[in-house]
Design a protein around this ligand. Structure first.
Ligand SMILES: CC(C)(COP(=O)(O)OP(=O)(O)OC[C@H]1O[C@@H](n2cnc3c(N)ncnc32)[C@H](O)[C@@H]1O)[C@@H](O)C(=O)NCCC(=O)NCCS
Ligand SMILES: Nc1ncnc2c1ncn2[C@@H]1O[C@H](COP(=O)(O)OP(=O)(O)OP(=O)(O)O)[C@@H](O)[C@H]1O
Length: 461
């Protein structure tokens, strides 16, 4: 049985066997590995990067933390990885800290090894306070797959926990920032700023602004980028964007336990904005995975048949002249609802229950293992609250506009208008269990769907 936490002490000899030691940590532990260097192994930037980089391949599931001061809690409580024991040299380590207060900034989504190298540098240099600006709002919306970025409070908590855990002495003060400066140009007695090769310009901008405000200049401490590769996003460094992309097709939050009769199909919702790729994915699920897929768009049309109960309800609600000979005059109804969000909502509230009832009749007759309810407004209609799980497909808004213009022969403004009546991708994803993004080649969309189906089958067996 594996333990949760472990401690790996490195010296000049066993550091040669780093890969082997990290691999044995992977087998022995389930959660966190603290790494400490004994005095005969100096901490160089190369070694810090190597520890994190090697951990990514040798023990990818462990949260590896290179401690720069004394270990929190009692080291005896951790499983010792390898033979080397801890020599207490906390005083020496603390004395080596060059500054009292340092600052750094970032988004820190899905805290990765590049971030850890940067934060380790700050912890290595600062004895008292590490100030961290964590981006939010306008600072994140240009990032790829920004809709999947973790909430800022969560990212802040992760950063503070990591920094205070490895630092031993320094307090970490983190706050959300909505410009590239944040506290770095507000707090006078900062002494240094930690950046990577790619964010040096940001540090220069901070110093320029501090100078203009009559504040001292910060020493600029640079760490090298930790490499990684992502052919789809064309990244050559470990990045949060890649990690978000890797999460596509995987369960983001647990499915709801919905009681199901023996042999009854498992129902999932498929939501997504205009031209996001719902129909394409629905077709793929039907043809490749033998799921039954209910297209609620088509189903809604059948609700408008002559003399239907929906037509009657619409007549009662919007006035008799929108229904001619038992059939809704769609043009007339369109002029009423498309210029008035409240009226559109009222119409939806008449249509959705009818569509849901019809969808459920189809589900009852289905002999498939899984039935997919494909509906653009699934989340607006609140159906996700009763389904076991919802999958959302999305593309960035500008791509959706491009697709609508090309497919539906509309102007850009008309396309934007249509999108403005829908909820945002972020709102959809916040209410979904699985995220799919159809921004790249069809094969990539299919690969995400295949992953989602494979995991779904394991969950529902
Ligand atoms: C504007 C800023 C804060 C936005 O951060 P960004 O969105 O790039 O954050 P991200 O989470 O991607 O990265 C955070 C930091 O880790 C570094 N980093 C990211 N990946 C890696 C990697 N693979 N290896 C090493 N470092 C990495 C980044 O270069 C950045 O310095 C930043 O880029 C910047 O300009 N920093 C310098 C100025 C600054 O710190 N301002 C705020 C002070 S409070
Ligand atoms: N990688 C991709 N995966 C899926 N669709 C893609 C991809 N690349 C481009 N597309 C295109 O995006 C367009 C929209 O796809 P689709 O019709 O499936 O969307 P939708 O969400 O059903 O749209 P709507 O709800 O507006 O009818 C299609 O023309 C489709 O070919």
């Amino acid at each position: 049985m594996s333990s949760k936490y472990g401690l790996l002490v490195l010296n000049s000899k066993n550091v040669q066997k780093l890969k082997q030691l990290l691999t044995s940590a992977a087998a022995a532990l389930s959660s966190k590995l603290y790494v400490r260097l004994n005095p005969d192994e100096p901490r160089t930037d190369e070694l810090v990067s190597k520890i994190y980089l090697t951990s990514a391949s040798s023990c990818p599931k462990l949260d590896v933390r290179l401690v720069v001061s004394e270990i929190r809690g009692n080291p005896e409580n951790y499983v010792l990885i390898g033979e080397e024991k801890l020599l207490e040299n906390a005083e020496k380590l603390a004395a080596a800290k060059k500054y009292k207060k340092v600052v750094l900034g970032g988004t820190f989504d899905r805290l990765h090894n590049g971030h850890k190298v940067l934060l380790n540098k700050a912890a290595e240099l600062a004895s008292d306070v590490i100030v961290v600006g964590v981006t939010d709002k306008d600072m994140i919306i240009k990032k790829s797959l920004f809709e999947m970025i973790e909430p800022v409070e969560f990212r802040i908590k992760k950063v503070v926990d990591f920094v205070e855990d490895i630092s031993g002495t320094a307090k970490c003060l983190a706050e959300p920032i909505i410009d590239p400066f944040g506290p770095s140009t507000r707090i006078k007695d900062l002494e240094a700023i930690v950046v990577s090769r790619e964010t040096i310009k940001g540090a220069d901008a901070v110093n320029k602004k501090r100078n203009e405000q009559g504040m001292s200049q910060l020493d600029v401490i640079i760490v090298e980028l930790v490499e990684g590769s992502d052919e789809i996003l064309k990244e050559t460094k470990i990045s949060s964007s890649s990690r978000r992309r890797e999460d596509l097709g995987h369960l983001l939050r647990p499915a709801r336990a919905v009681p199901r009769e023996t042999g009854a199909p498992y129902i999932i919702g498929l939501a997504g904005g205009i031209a996001s790729g719902k129909s394409h994915i629905g077709k793929y699920l039907r043809e490749t995975h033998n799921f039954d897929v209910i297209d609620c768009d088509k189903l809604a049309h059948t609700c408008y048949e002559r003399g239907s109960s929906l037509n009657r309800k619409i007549g009662e609600h919007f006035g008799g002249d929108v229904v001619v000979d038992g059939v809704v005059d769609r043009r007339k109804l369109g002029t009423i609802v498309f210029s008035d969000k409240v009226k559109l909502r009222e119409l939806s509230e008449l249509v959705w229950p009818e569509v849901k009832e019809k969808a459920m009749e189809i589900v009852k007759k289905s002999t498939a293992k899984v039935v997919v309810i494909e509906a653009a407004a699934l989340i607006e209609a609140g159906w996700h609250k009763t389904l076991a799980e919802t999958w959302t497909v999305f593309v960035p808004a500008d791509e959706a506009v491009r697709r609508v213009v090309a497919r539906d022969n509309l102007t850009e403004d008309q396309a934007k208008d249509r999108m403005s009546s829908q909820i945002s991708n972020k709102e959809r994803l916040d209410n979904s269990n699985v995220a799919l993004c159809s921004l790249w080649a069809y094969e990539e969309t299919h690969a995400q769907v295949d992953r989602a189906v494979e995991e779904l089958m394991k969950r529902i067996l």
